[in-house]
Design a protein around this ligand. Structure first.
Ligand code: NDP
Length: 276
């Protein structure tokens, strides 16, 4: 990944440019809260937003995009099909419903939110149809482990362009990253900031040397490891802080030190045995 600035992109395997930094909006309230957060983010250079039907704030996300002076084509919007909507016909309907909530003409990226057993292959066929019809610029998955990716890829025409999964210093899953990179599936980190649990001596010490916060160290580490990342904040100061990561570089030693913090510890469910 060629890291340049807050608007820098990574090229997905179908040629689409995806900003490698985006704003996550899980738990941002629909209406003013999510709209203000997105406008703050756009104003300091972010160009990507990550939402999901399950977050119940697609209407606000769309309003934020449509009411900002940026052109639609300069903004990258991701949403996801929820588990209860999986299967071919239900996914097509869920997509139409999301697009309607968002009040947008097209989506940049549509993801299968979780790998629902027995359903994700049919769901993927629906995403392929929507993609081939030109309604989505790129399609991908979320929370897929290696065996689930292999299973999906073994019976489908299009390789997912993105896999979004839990990734932070306590959960690295280097094998999964390597698998994705080998197959040109762009990995993207969710809960990159460990959901705000940033009081960590090693990260703060590395930050102090670079005049940066623990959050900035982690987000820079994401990019230097080739991970796209979508930190969430609704606070304008922290939104700005999380984007101010393009004027320093972690050394190879810093990266190895952070890699060693791995505990294979999940904050969210395990995709191998989730039940919802
Ligand atoms: P994050 O790791 O991004 O952490 C967000 C928390 O950290 C919030 O409480 C925020 O509070 C706080 N925070 C943000 N920036 C800072 C900072 N600089 N210093 C101190 N605290 C900070 O957690 P999320 O779980 O929200 O993950 C990010 C995004 O990933 C989600 O919003 C969502 O879009 C996506 N996601 C996807 C999942 C999936 O299954 N595909 C699952 C979970 C998340 P405040 O807002 O007050 O700043």
């Amino acid at each position: 990944m060629n890291i340049s600035d807050v608007q820098g992109t990574v090229t997905l395997h179908n040629g689409v440019q995806m900003p490698y930094l985006g704003l996550g909006v899980y738990k941002a309230k629909d209406g003013k809260e999510v709209i203000n957060a997105i406008h703050s983010a756009f104003d300091c250079g972010y160009r990507a937003i990550d939402t999901a039907a399950m977050y119940k704030n697609e209407a606000g996300v769309g309003e934020a995009v449509n009411s900002h002076k940026l052109d639609r084509k300069d903004v990258f919007v991701t949403t996801k099909v929820w588990n209860s909507d999986q299967g071919y016909d239900k996914t097509i309907k869920a997509f139409e419903s999301s697009l309607n909530e968002l009040n947008l003409e097209y989506l940049d990226l549509y993801l299968i939110h979780w790998p629902v057993k027995g359903k994700y292959k049919e769901t993927w066929k629906a995403l392929e149809t929507l993609y081939n019809d030109g309604k989505i610029k790129a399609i991908g998955v979320s929370n897929f482990l290696i065996d689930q990716l292999e299973d999906l890829m073994g019976s489908s025409d299009i390789v997912p362009m993105v896999n979004q999964f839990e990734f932070h210093p306590k959960l690295i899953q280097q094998d999964l990253i390597n698998f994705c990179q080998k197959h040109q599936i762009q990995p993207q980190a969710w809960s990159p900031l460990m959901q705000g649990d940033l009081n960590h001596a090693t990260l703060k010490e590395i930050g102090a040397r670079h005049n940066k916060t623990a959050a900035q160290v982690i987000l820079r580490w994401d990019l230097q490891k080739g991970m796209a990342t979508i930190p969430k904040s609704t606070n304008p100061g922290r939104i700005k802080e999380n984007s101010d990561i393009f004027d320093f570089e972690l050394s190879e030693e810093d990266i190895q030190t952070i890699d060693q913090l791995n505990q294979n510890r999940r904050l969210g469910p395990n995709p191998a045995n989730f039940n919802f």
